[in-house]
Design a protein around this ligand. Sequence first.
Ligand SMILES: N[C@@H](CCC(=O)N[C@@H](CS)C(=O)NCC(=O)O)C(=O)O
Length: 338
Amino acid sequence: MQKIVTLAAASALLVLSTAAGHAGTLDNVKSAGVVKCGISGSVPGFSAPDDKGAMQGIDADICYAVAAAIFGDKSKVKFIALTAKERFTALSSGEIDILPRNTTHTLHRDAALGIDFTYYNYIDGQGFMVKNSLGVKSAKELDGAKICIQAGTTTELNLADYFRTNGMKYTPVGYDTSAQTREGFDGGSCDVLTSDKSQLAALRTELKDPSSASILPETVSKEPLGPVVRQGDDQWGDIVRWTLYALINAEELGIDTTNIDELKKSSTNPGIKRIVGTEGTMGKDLGLGADWAYNAIKAVGNYGEMYKKHIEPLGLARAGSVNDLWTRGGILYAPPIR
Ligand SMILES: N[C@@H](CCC(=O)N[C@@H](CS)C(=O)NCC(=O)O)C(=O)O
């Protein structure tokens, strides 16, 4: 009997939580007057407060751009800082509307957690940072190392795979936040810190002595990072996905914050006109106004402007990397806005 009652309660909960995940996010966001945005809040380049307390980074920019696309006002965002472990429940339960939190697209997350991936705002891979005093030049020399790592991440899983594949042993030293991981590494609790390479670059700048540590050359995984939405609301997924596509297409078409107003007034290029909202029904198709993409680009710049502002300062060059546009040999490829 007890079991039946518990099962019934569990399935009622499931129905409730599924219902919460279904359509209506745009209406909910409009009536709340803000986009609730789940970020880490402590990864420079992705989401971290500047010296005035404003959230900055390419993850934060996704939410500013979506808020601008909906409200014509990038300030209509409420940021909610989440640990890696908390992030997916926060999204599926409705606590947040978008999760752009250096989050890797994987099959299990996509198919089993009630969430959907949109596209990528940074294509990353996992690496290792070591103390120079170890004298190690390759990840293949890490047998027996103590490794600082963050719980609830793909990093944990890839680490196990990499060491098993290479017949090596390690001792994991787990933490909940990247700041704790960095402190653990700085304080000598481990010899190695492993994470997405973009984050290793950021964390290295925050060490007591950045020149005491190096990032090894190996990239041991694929970490395509991008904004995630709740499963079951296709319109909302489309809004987030196409806002990101608009930022990438803007770069490809040469639209940026310095020329967008002029282009809106006088461009005769149909591809540009569809993005700035002077031709076509794109905004209406998404349930938004004609200026949705214009406002998004005005708010954060095109993808190249975002990269230059937030990622280049970490020392991560874009030219020749996967994060460049497909027209320049990278793999960023946004479908056409038409
Ligand atoms: N991309 C990986 C790792 C994401 C992740 O959470 N990385 C840590 C490692 S630095 C982080 O961002 N921490 C930020 C924080 O704790 O605020 C994933 O999706 O699991």
